[in-house]
Design a protein around this ligand. Structure first.
Ligand code: ASP
Length: 458
């Protein structure tokens, strides 16, 4: 842990010096502020001076950094603490650190190039034994999901997904044809040299696919003599079998695994299989970091629970000019945002976008989201007002510092790279936080605890 803390120190020091050399100013923004929509729940702080009112801890300084641009600051950065009350995972903590960046009078290319240059300089400086590939490959969100089943693909190896819907639509295999008729997809991955997998090994892999939501996983082993061993082979003509092998570039000795379902389920399931096989087939070299840019994210995503459209990144992203017509006609499905992610070794390392700097367009985006006019005014009135003063075009990004250190330090648990991390249940077990507080303190902030609530520590 000492070594990792030392690496963290050197990394942050390098970032500060590098940003300074590029003309960025480091500016601190408040922790006690107002809710900003980054898609998580806010941590709240009750106000003593204003009974019944609360501050929100920042999920990110998003709105503040945009306001700094309006105020005339050309280039801003901050090693910013962000707080999000959401379910924790191996790469997620309730409080984390971002290298928060915003630049005025820039286009997408300027932001991507700045961060690409930073990473290219940083990695060899703090971890000389690591190798990176330059330039960072770029692909659209749709391409990434189509080829890797994920918008944060591990680009250290291939194992790409192949769409075989057209080749199987006339087969006798009902599972495939039914999925296609319902608007679904059939995709396969070629697993080199895995034709000898036993039934048990295939069943294990099927369990991995199921974590992604698949109900099952079909397979075909291409034997050394070219024949196909598979419980489903009988549903396909020899020509169809041949076409499948060619599409997947399969050689004797390979195993093809298939998932047929709704597109999102196929992607999530084959992403799981792909990541598992990357490890099993030892396709990753732990001393290599492969970065990549995923661009053109959708502006909106449909929220099944609330039956409404949400902003996929956040509502401040500029809409792709080619899709403005769609936005105006309320055809939100295909509207792309000028937003981008930096991925590295299968992690989402940064998200950012070119921002809206025009009051009219910002208002239109808010109007499409599930906010009432009063709520828009109450939550974002200050942004809309600021844009009245002539906001410069601006854009930014926020690489996650903890995830970056995880990759540099070869660990897959974010808790390893944070001093005093929280447990999976968001507890600090050393200090015993969170904990109940005195009635006097509660009184001060005008709160009382519902008596039916028992502390988890009792
Ligand atoms: N505020 C964004 C986030 O925390 C990053 C950005 O758009 O700059 O993901």
């Amino acid at each position: 842990m000492l070594k990792i803390m030392e690496l963290r120190h050197h990394t942050i020091k390098f970032i500060r010096d590098w940003m300074n050399a590029q003309g960025f100013w480091e500016i601190e923004t408040p922790m006690l502020m107002k809710s900003t929509p980054e898609g998580a729940r806010d941590y709240l702080v009750p106000s003593r001076v204003h009974p019944g009112e609360f501050y929100a801890l920042p999920q990110s300084p998003q709105q503040l950094k945009q306001l700094l641009m309006v105020a005339g600051i050309d280039r801003y950065f901050q090693i910013a603490r962000c707080m999000r009350d959401e379910d924790l995972r191996a790469d997620r903590q309730p409080e984390f650190t971002q290298l928060d960046v915003e630049m005025s009078f820039v286009e997408q290319e300027d932001v991507l190039q700045t961060i690409e240059d930073l990473m290219t300089a940083l990695v060899p400086a703090v971890t000389p034994h690591k190798r990176i590939r330059s330039p960072f490959p770029r692909m659209t969100y749709h391409e990434s999901v189509e080829r890797y089943g994920s918008d944060k693909p591990d680009l250290r190896y291939g194992l790409e997904l192949v769409n075989v819907g057209d080749l199987v639509k006339d087969s006798q295999f009902n599972v495939f044809t039914a999925a296609l008729t319902k608007g679904g997809k059939v995709q396969t991955i070629r697993l080199p040299g895995c034709a000898s997998y036993t039934r048990k090994q295939i069943d294990e892999l099927q369990e991995v696919a199921k974590i992604g939501g698949a109900k099952g996983m079909a397979w075909m082993a291409i034997e050394a003599n070219g024949t196909v061993r598979s419980p489903i082979a009988k549903f396909f003509t020899p020509e169809q079998l041949q076409a499948l092998q060619s599409a997947a570039d399969a050689d004797p000795g390979d195993l093809l695994v298939f998932v047929a379902d709704k597109p999102a389920v196929v992607a999530a399931s084959l992403d799981k299989v792909r990541r598992e096989m990357g490890k099993r087939l030892k396709l990753v070299d732990k001393d290599e970091i492969v970065f990549g840019w995923v661009v053109d994210f959708p502006m909106f995503e449909w929220n099944e629970e609330s039956q409404s459209w949400d902003a996929m990144h956040h509502p401040f992203c500029m809409v792709n000019p080619e899709d403005v017509e769609k936005l105006l006609h309320n055809d939100l499905e295909g509207v792309r945002a000028a937003s981008y992610d930096l991925v590295a070794n299968g992690y989402e390392l940064a998200s950012g976008s070119i921002r809206i700097h025009d009051r009219e367009i910002q208002q239109r985006i808010f109007d499409r989201l599930p906010y009432s006019p009063e709520e828009i005014q109450q939550r974002f009135g200050h942004m809309l007002d600021a844009f009245e003063y002539g906001a410069p075009p601006h854009g930014g990004i926020a690489p996650g510092v903890d995830r970056l250190i995880m990759i540099l330090a070869d660990t897959d648990n974010i808790r390893d790279v944070i001093a005093f991390p929280k447990t999976q249940k968001a507890e600090d077990v050393m200090m015993n936080a969170p904990s109940a507080i005195d009635d006097v303190l509660l009184n001060d902030v005008h709160l009382s605890i519902n008596k039916s609530i028992k502390s988890s520590k009792e």
